[in-house]
Ligand binder design. Structure first.
Ligand SMILES: Nc1ncnc2c1ncn2[C@@H]1O[C@H](COP(=O)(O)OP(=O)(O)OP(=O)(O)O)[C@@H](O)[C@H]1O
Ligand SMILES: [Mg+2]
Length: 502
């Protein structure tokens, strides 16, 4: 339960108000306290004073348990709310015969308070009343009253022991406990999709989880532009790394025979895949039984973890074989169906061929990288037309998440503005172009040598910290580019409706 709600609900205990007229209540209260004088034993006090007193304060017999065993002890009275809930009780009462002093018996009550997890403890012999409070850790003495004082003023003790306050406080405990349990079982369900666990969730939670999983499954994005060399692969690697730094699980799929993404992550297709007898994207696409998991490699740089389905030049010879496969356009979609990532980013080749169709059919959206220069911008029209065409073969539309700028030259301010105008002009001419937006300028990736160096060296830019070869100028550049990629990752997340946890 929200802390403020608890504070608001519990910040005031109600002052005792009886259902009967105040003078009638007071008459009965006085009569009960007088009755103490007739009691000889502890049992007399319990039956003739304590039980009727609790009834006078609104309790029913279902609220009052007597002689309740706790460990080696028996608690005289345990007073609780009627609803089931956490193992916390409101009040425990320890009674003594009126002839006995209570001065040395509070250790026993303290023990009961701990054992029963009760909030309040009352120790009484009918003449003296001692009220204790258990904060879960330490037991505090709140007040002591004698019978004469209670005959004068019943309000404080009456309010604290009143059934109405007991119900309220326990309802709040119950509610927050239930919420913690709910969250806990939701967390277990997110960890495991076992149907056994699902049945522990409420119907609403089961539905919400299904929606979340669906959304999760659908976060496959192709980074697409048929103009070559615009920085797609560099942007894909570093966007993935920034998403990983923001706590997202990312899988990269290299579906380009050039295997730039694979080498860009420090994996040599010949040495690290072929010679090791490992499989790659070609096997995944052409062998019905090969699963995505079995061809996934994992790389880590500090807190950045990237999984990758690598490529190999042999993909270039597979186009014919792919065309002959039944339902070949949907092959990657099927293989990625039950993926367990927040995002899958696919890096296809620049030309528009079979593997591009396969990528787009598997995707829930497109991210278009472009440079601020005339040719790549002119290519936008072709890109969007292709996307539109593939969209017609799909059950769901294929939205463009946004246009990201790469290799940005900050100095060419006026020229850049004219290119931005040109992008908007292009979009205004293309059907559906009004739904496509350009990511803001703080996400624009600068043209920097360190970026091309890092790709050659096989690591995402955020791993440059580990590279001793970089000089201080390089390190400044790394900082600039890292900022741009992190900004891009954040805008990307908010566009696709994902919360940023970091
Ligand atoms: N922001 C940048 N600053 C400097 N160099 C960059 C930047 N982005 C990419 N490059 C360099 O530009 C070249 C092309 O980049 P990249 O391979 O990422 O483009 P691409 O669009 O994936 O190419 P292709 O169309 O061949 O797949 C590479 O040499 C890369 O190192
Ligand atoms: Mg590339």
């Amino acid at each position: 339960m929200n802390r403020n709600l608890i504070d608001a609900a519990i910040s005031n205990l109600y002052l005792f108000r009886s259902m009967m007229a105040p003078e009638d209540f007071y008459r009965q209260w006085v009569a009960l306290l007088k009755q103490v004088e007739q009691c000889q034993t502890e049992k007399d006090l319990e039956d003739q004073v304590i039980v009727p007193l609790l009834q006078l304060l609104g309790y029913e017999s279902a609220n009052i348990a007597q002689q309740v065993p706790f460990g080696r002890h028996r608690v005289d009275f345990l007073v609780k709310a009627q609803q089931r809930g956490p193992h916390i009780h409101y009040l425990v009462i320890e009674a003594k015969a009126p002839s006995k002093s209570i001065a040395h018996n509070s250790w026993q009550l303290r023990q009961y308070l701990r054992d029963s997890g009760s909030l309040l403890g009352l120790l009484t012999n009918g003449n003296q009343f001692k009220l204790l409070y258990n904060d879960g850790n330490v037991i505090h003495t709140l007040w002591q009253f004698n019978r004469a004082e209670l005959l004068e003023d019943y309000r404080l003790l009456g309010s604290l022991l009143w059934r109405h306050n007991c119900d309220r406080v326990m309802a709040i405990f119950h509610d927050s406990y239930r919420r913690v349990q709910q969250r806990f079982v939701q967390a277990i369900a997110r960890l495991s999709h076992d149907p056994k666990v699902m049945t522990l969730l409420s119907i609403d939670d089961q539905h919400q989880l299904a929606v979340d999983n669906q959304r999760k499954k659908s976060m496959i994005i192709t980074v697409f532009n048929n103009k070559g060399g615009v920085g797609k692969t560099t942007l894909t690697i570093n966007l993935a790394a920034a998403l990983s730094q923001l706590g997202k699980r990312v899988l990269l799929v290299d579906i380009d025979a050039q295997a730039n993404l694979t080498t860009g992550l420090g994996i040599d297709p010949l040495e690290d895949i072929e010679k090791q007898g490992l499989k790659d994207i070609t096997h995944l696409l052409t062998e019905p039984k090969t699963t995505a998991k079995s061809v996934t490699l994992s790389k880590r740089w500090g807190n950045v973890v990237l999984d990758i389905i690598p490529a190999h030049i042999r993909l270039s010879n597979m186009e014919n074989q792919l065309i002959q496969l039944v339902d070949s356009d949907r092959i990657l979609a099927k293989k990625l169906k039950n993926h367990d990532y927040d995002f899958v980013l696919i890096d296809p080749p620049p030309s528009f061929g079979k593997v591009n169709r396969i990528s787009l059919m598997a995707s829930a959206g497109i991210l278009i990288p472009t440079q601020l220069s005339p040719y790549p911008i002119r290519a936008l029209e072709y890109v969007l037309t292709q996307v539109e065409e593939v969209g017609q073969f799909r059950e769901t539309p294929l939205p463009v998440v946004g246009i990201a700028v790469s290799m940005h030259d900050k100095a060419a301010r006026v020229f850049n503005q004219s290119m931005v105008d040109e992008i908007h002009h292009q979009l205004s001419r293309i059907p559906g172009g009004d739904r496509v937006s350009l990511f803001s300028d703080k996400t624009w990736i600068p043209r920097l040598n360190v970026l091309s160096k890092s790709q050659d060296k096989g690591y995402p830019l955020c791993a440059a910290d580990f590279d001793d070869d970089l000089n201080s100028q390089d390190r400044d550049s790394v900082e600039k580019a890292t900022y741009a990629f992190e900004s891009l990752a954040r805008e990307f997340l908010s566009t696709v409706g994902f919360a940023v946890e970091a």
